[in-house]
Design a protein around this ligand. Structure first.
Ligand SMILES: C[S@@+](CC[C@H](N)C(=O)[O-])C[C@H]1O[C@@H](n2cnc3c(N)ncnc32)[C@H](O)[C@@H]1O
Length: 262
Protein backbone atom coordinates (compact mmCIF):
# COMPACT_ATOMS: atom_id res chain seq x y z
CA UNK A 1 0.00 0.00 0.00
CA UNK A 2 1.21 3.48 -0.69
CA UNK A 3 0.43 6.96 0.52
CA UNK A 4 -0.69 9.17 -2.34
CA UNK A 5 -1.50 12.85 -2.19
CA UNK A 6 -4.14 13.94 -4.68
CA UNK A 7 -2.48 17.06 -6.00
CA UNK A 8 -3.22 18.26 -9.53
CA UNK A 9 -1.06 20.74 -11.40
CA UNK A 10 -3.11 23.70 -10.26
CA UNK A 11 -5.01 22.10 -7.41
CA UNK A 12 -4.55 22.47 -3.68
CA UNK A 13 -3.49 19.38 -1.71
CA UNK A 14 -6.50 17.48 -0.46
CA UNK A 15 -6.87 14.46 1.81
CA UNK A 16 -4.24 11.74 1.88
CA UNK A 17 -5.64 8.34 1.15
CA UNK A 18 -4.31 4.81 1.24
CA UNK A 19 -4.63 3.04 -2.08
CA UNK A 20 -3.23 -0.11 -3.64
CA UNK A 21 -2.21 1.19 -7.04
CA UNK A 22 -2.15 4.44 -8.91
CA UNK A 23 -2.23 5.00 -12.67
CA UNK A 24 -1.26 8.36 -14.17
CA UNK A 25 -2.13 8.67 -17.84
CA UNK A 26 -0.20 11.29 -19.81
CA UNK A 27 -2.06 12.01 -23.02
CA UNK A 28 -3.15 14.62 -25.54
CA UNK A 29 -6.71 13.30 -25.27
CA UNK A 30 -7.69 13.10 -21.59
CA UNK A 31 -11.39 13.31 -22.50
CA UNK A 32 -11.21 9.74 -23.79
CA UNK A 33 -10.87 8.39 -20.23
CA UNK A 34 -13.77 9.43 -17.94
CA UNK A 35 -16.20 7.02 -19.65
CA UNK A 36 -13.80 4.13 -19.25
CA UNK A 37 -12.88 5.00 -15.65
CA UNK A 38 -16.55 5.35 -14.73
CA UNK A 39 -17.74 1.83 -15.56
CA UNK A 40 -17.85 -1.64 -14.09
CA UNK A 41 -14.91 -3.16 -12.17
CA UNK A 42 -12.64 -0.15 -12.52
CA UNK A 43 -15.32 2.22 -11.25
CA UNK A 44 -15.83 0.01 -8.18
CA UNK A 45 -12.08 -0.37 -7.62
CA UNK A 46 -11.74 3.42 -7.62
CA UNK A 47 -14.74 3.85 -5.32
CA UNK A 48 -13.30 1.25 -2.93
CA UNK A 49 -9.90 2.95 -2.83
CA UNK A 50 -8.06 0.04 -4.43
CA UNK A 51 -7.08 2.01 -7.52
CA UNK A 52 -6.50 5.66 -8.22
CA UNK A 53 -6.45 7.07 -11.75
CA UNK A 54 -5.44 10.48 -12.93
CA UNK A 55 -5.16 11.93 -16.42
CA UNK A 56 -2.81 14.71 -17.47
CA UNK A 57 -2.91 16.71 -20.68
CA UNK A 58 0.61 16.92 -22.14
CA UNK A 59 -0.46 20.08 -23.98
CA UNK A 60 -0.68 21.90 -20.63
CA UNK A 61 3.14 21.89 -20.64
CA UNK A 62 3.50 23.44 -24.10
CA UNK A 63 5.20 26.82 -23.85
CA UNK A 64 4.42 28.64 -27.10
CA UNK A 65 1.31 30.64 -27.96
CA UNK A 66 -0.07 27.85 -30.14
CA UNK A 67 0.37 25.23 -27.40
CA UNK A 68 2.44 23.12 -29.84
CA UNK A 69 3.43 19.62 -28.80
CA UNK A 70 4.59 18.18 -32.13
CA UNK A 71 6.83 19.02 -35.06
CA UNK A 72 8.13 17.55 -38.35
CA UNK A 73 10.82 14.86 -38.19
CA UNK A 74 14.36 15.85 -39.17
CA UNK A 75 15.40 14.08 -42.37
CA UNK A 76 11.86 14.11 -43.72
CA UNK A 77 9.17 11.49 -43.59
CA UNK A 78 5.44 11.56 -43.08
CA UNK A 79 3.62 12.93 -40.07
CA UNK A 80 4.68 14.67 -36.91
CA UNK A 81 6.55 13.69 -33.75
CA UNK A 82 5.88 14.56 -30.14
CA UNK A 83 8.53 17.06 -29.02
CA UNK A 84 10.85 16.56 -26.06
CA UNK A 85 10.08 19.64 -23.96
CA UNK A 86 6.33 19.34 -23.33
CA UNK A 87 6.51 15.58 -22.81
CA UNK A 88 9.53 15.63 -20.48
CA UNK A 89 8.21 18.59 -18.46
CA UNK A 90 4.86 16.84 -18.11
CA UNK A 91 6.50 13.61 -16.90
CA UNK A 92 8.62 15.50 -14.39
CA UNK A 93 5.59 17.31 -12.94
CA UNK A 94 3.50 14.15 -12.77
CA UNK A 95 6.29 12.24 -11.04
CA UNK A 96 6.54 15.02 -8.45
CA UNK A 97 2.82 14.70 -7.71
CA UNK A 98 3.35 11.82 -5.28
CA UNK A 99 5.91 10.66 -2.74
CA UNK A 100 7.38 8.14 -5.18
CA UNK A 101 7.95 8.86 -8.87
CA UNK A 102 6.53 5.56 -10.14
CA UNK A 103 7.44 3.47 -13.15
CA UNK A 104 7.24 5.34 -16.46
CA UNK A 105 5.80 3.23 -19.26
CA UNK A 106 6.06 4.36 -22.86
CA UNK A 107 3.32 2.83 -25.02
CA UNK A 108 5.00 1.98 -28.29
CA UNK A 109 4.73 -0.73 -30.96
CA UNK A 110 8.51 -1.26 -30.49
CA UNK A 111 8.13 -2.26 -26.84
CA UNK A 112 7.99 -5.58 -25.02
CA UNK A 113 4.79 -7.36 -25.95
CA UNK A 114 2.18 -7.29 -23.18
CA UNK A 115 1.27 -10.75 -21.92
CA UNK A 116 -0.03 -12.20 -18.67
CA UNK A 117 3.50 -12.53 -17.21
CA UNK A 118 4.15 -8.85 -17.82
CA UNK A 119 0.71 -7.95 -16.45
CA UNK A 120 1.55 -9.85 -13.25
CA UNK A 121 4.90 -8.07 -13.01
CA UNK A 122 3.27 -4.65 -13.47
CA UNK A 123 0.69 -5.40 -10.80
CA UNK A 124 3.48 -5.50 -8.18
CA UNK A 125 4.18 -1.77 -8.74
CA UNK A 126 2.57 0.95 -6.63
CA UNK A 127 2.41 3.53 -9.36
CA UNK A 128 2.50 3.43 -13.17
CA UNK A 129 2.82 6.48 -15.43
CA UNK A 130 1.42 5.62 -18.86
CA UNK A 131 2.86 7.82 -21.58
CA UNK A 132 0.58 7.83 -24.63
CA UNK A 133 2.04 8.72 -28.01
CA UNK A 134 0.19 10.19 -30.99
CA UNK A 135 0.99 11.03 -34.61
CA UNK A 136 4.19 9.22 -35.67
CA UNK A 137 5.30 8.75 -32.08
CA UNK A 138 8.01 10.27 -29.88
CA UNK A 139 11.25 12.15 -30.50
CA UNK A 140 13.86 9.48 -29.73
CA UNK A 141 15.44 11.68 -27.03
CA UNK A 142 12.33 11.26 -24.89
CA UNK A 143 13.10 7.54 -24.69
CA UNK A 144 16.81 8.20 -24.11
CA UNK A 145 16.08 10.66 -21.28
CA UNK A 146 13.36 8.73 -19.46
CA UNK A 147 14.65 5.20 -20.08
CA UNK A 148 11.09 4.02 -19.62
CA UNK A 149 9.74 0.52 -19.69
CA UNK A 150 8.53 0.27 -23.31
CA UNK A 151 5.39 -1.77 -23.84
CA UNK A 152 3.47 -2.80 -26.95
CA UNK A 153 -0.02 -4.29 -26.82
CA UNK A 154 0.56 -6.27 -30.02
CA UNK A 155 1.95 -6.31 -33.52
CA UNK A 156 -0.37 -3.71 -35.01
CA UNK A 157 -0.59 0.06 -35.01
CA UNK A 158 -3.17 2.00 -33.01
CA UNK A 159 -3.85 5.68 -33.64
CA UNK A 160 -2.52 6.58 -30.21
CA UNK A 161 -1.44 5.22 -26.86
CA UNK A 162 -4.80 5.85 -25.17
CA UNK A 163 -6.48 2.55 -26.03
CA UNK A 164 -3.25 0.64 -25.21
CA UNK A 165 -3.17 2.48 -21.83
CA UNK A 166 -6.78 1.49 -21.11
CA UNK A 167 -6.00 -2.08 -22.07
CA UNK A 168 -3.04 -2.15 -19.69
CA UNK A 169 -5.09 -0.73 -16.82
CA UNK A 170 -7.86 -3.21 -17.60
CA UNK A 171 -5.52 -6.18 -17.36
CA UNK A 172 -3.43 -5.01 -14.39
CA UNK A 173 -6.29 -4.11 -12.05
CA UNK A 174 -7.57 -7.70 -12.27
CA UNK A 175 -4.45 -8.76 -10.36
CA UNK A 176 -5.05 -6.37 -7.45
CA UNK A 177 -6.56 -8.21 -4.49
CA UNK A 178 -10.15 -7.13 -3.91
CA UNK A 179 -10.83 -5.84 -7.43
CA UNK A 180 -12.54 -9.02 -8.67
CA UNK A 181 -15.55 -10.13 -6.73
CA UNK A 182 -14.36 -13.73 -6.59
CA UNK A 183 -10.57 -13.92 -6.27
CA UNK A 184 -10.48 -17.47 -7.59
CA UNK A 185 -11.81 -16.34 -10.97
CA UNK A 186 -8.39 -14.88 -11.73
CA UNK A 187 -6.63 -18.12 -10.89
CA UNK A 188 -8.57 -20.27 -13.34
CA UNK A 189 -8.54 -18.00 -16.36
CA UNK A 190 -6.62 -18.54 -19.59
CA UNK A 191 -2.86 -17.79 -19.35
CA UNK A 192 -2.91 -17.67 -15.54
CA UNK A 193 -1.59 -20.26 -13.08
CA UNK A 194 -1.82 -23.29 -15.34
CA UNK A 195 -0.68 -21.49 -18.52
CA UNK A 196 -3.47 -23.25 -20.44
CA UNK A 197 -6.48 -21.79 -22.22
CA UNK A 198 -9.79 -21.98 -20.41
CA UNK A 199 -12.16 -24.94 -20.75
CA UNK A 200 -15.68 -24.43 -22.21
CA UNK A 201 -18.40 -23.28 -19.83
CA UNK A 202 -22.19 -23.38 -19.95
CA UNK A 203 -25.08 -21.73 -18.14
CA UNK A 204 -28.88 -22.12 -18.22
CA UNK A 205 -30.84 -23.37 -20.08
CA UNK A 206 -29.70 -27.01 -20.21
CA UNK A 207 -30.85 -27.22 -23.85
CA UNK A 208 -30.57 -24.41 -26.37
CA UNK A 209 -31.49 -24.94 -30.03
CA UNK A 210 -30.81 -28.68 -29.66
CA UNK A 211 -27.44 -28.01 -28.07
CA UNK A 212 -26.99 -29.61 -24.68
CA UNK A 213 -24.54 -29.37 -21.78
CA UNK A 214 -21.93 -32.15 -21.23
CA UNK A 215 -23.37 -34.69 -18.77
CA UNK A 216 -20.37 -34.50 -16.48
CA UNK A 217 -21.12 -30.86 -15.63
CA UNK A 218 -24.57 -31.87 -14.40
CA UNK A 219 -23.27 -34.86 -12.43
CA UNK A 220 -22.37 -33.04 -9.22
CA UNK A 221 -19.13 -35.09 -9.10
CA UNK A 222 -16.55 -32.39 -8.48
CA UNK A 223 -13.53 -34.62 -9.07
CA UNK A 224 -14.87 -35.71 -12.42
CA UNK A 225 -15.78 -32.14 -13.33
CA UNK A 226 -12.26 -30.93 -12.50
CA UNK A 227 -10.74 -33.77 -14.53
CA UNK A 228 -12.98 -32.95 -17.53
CA UNK A 229 -12.14 -29.26 -17.32
CA UNK A 230 -8.40 -29.97 -17.27
CA UNK A 231 -8.69 -32.36 -20.21
CA UNK A 232 -10.63 -29.76 -22.17
CA UNK A 233 -8.10 -27.06 -21.37
CA UNK A 234 -5.26 -29.28 -22.53
CA UNK A 235 -7.02 -30.22 -25.79
CA UNK A 236 -8.05 -26.65 -26.61
CA UNK A 237 -4.57 -25.30 -25.91
CA UNK A 238 -2.93 -28.06 -27.96
CA UNK A 239 -5.25 -27.29 -30.87
CA UNK A 240 -5.29 -23.49 -30.81
CA UNK A 241 -1.99 -22.47 -29.22
CA UNK A 242 0.55 -25.27 -29.71
CA UNK A 243 3.41 -23.10 -28.37
CA UNK A 244 1.56 -22.60 -25.06
CA UNK A 245 0.84 -26.31 -24.93
CA UNK A 246 4.53 -27.15 -25.39
CA UNK A 247 5.47 -24.79 -22.52
CA UNK A 248 2.85 -26.42 -20.34
CA UNK A 249 4.07 -29.93 -21.28
CA UNK A 250 7.60 -29.01 -20.28
CA UNK A 251 6.39 -27.84 -16.89
CA UNK A 252 3.98 -30.80 -16.52
CA UNK A 253 5.73 -33.84 -18.02
CA UNK A 254 3.26 -36.21 -16.39
CA UNK A 255 0.22 -35.25 -18.43
CA UNK A 256 -2.91 -36.69 -16.83
CA UNK A 257 -4.25 -39.50 -18.96
CA UNK A 258 -7.49 -38.82 -20.77
CA UNK A 259 -10.24 -40.91 -19.19
CA UNK A 260 -11.36 -43.71 -21.51
CA UNK A 261 -14.98 -43.54 -22.63
CA UNK A 262 -17.02 -46.47 -21.40
C1 LIG B 1 0.35 5.88 -35.02
S1 LIG B 1 1.26 5.32 -33.65
C2 LIG B 1 2.92 5.58 -34.16
C3 LIG B 1 3.54 4.35 -34.74
C4 LIG B 1 5.01 4.51 -35.08
N1 LIG B 1 5.19 5.42 -36.16
C5 LIG B 1 5.60 3.14 -35.45
O1 LIG B 1 5.62 2.79 -36.62
O2 LIG B 1 5.99 2.41 -34.54
C6 LIG B 1 1.02 6.58 -32.46
C7 LIG B 1 1.15 6.12 -31.02
O3 LIG B 1 0.19 5.12 -30.74
C8 LIG B 1 0.67 4.26 -29.72
N2 LIG B 1 0.61 2.89 -30.24
C9 LIG B 1 0.27 2.50 -31.48
N3 LIG B 1 0.29 1.19 -31.62
C10 LIG B 1 0.66 0.68 -30.40
C11 LIG B 1 0.88 -0.62 -29.91
N4 LIG B 1 0.75 -1.69 -30.67
N5 LIG B 1 1.23 -0.76 -28.61
C12 LIG B 1 1.38 0.31 -27.81
N6 LIG B 1 1.20 1.60 -28.24
C13 LIG B 1 0.86 1.78 -29.52
C14 LIG B 1 2.08 4.71 -29.39
O4 LIG B 1 2.04 5.49 -28.22
C15 LIG B 1 2.47 5.51 -30.61
O5 LIG B 1 3.43 6.49 -30.31
Amino acid sequence: MSVISRVGRNAQPTTRVFIEMRFDVLTLFPDMFPGYFGQSLLKLAIQNGLVETKTWNIRDWATDNHKSVDDKPFGGGPGMLLMCQPVLDCVEAVQADAAQPGQVIMLTPSGRRLDQNLVTELATKDRLLLLCGRYEGFDERIRQTLQPMEISIGDFICNGGEVPAMLMIDTVIRMIPGVLGDETSNKYESFTDSGLLEYPQYTRPREYNDLGVPDVLLSGNHREIARWQLEQSIEITKDRRPELYEDWRERNPETPKKKKKR
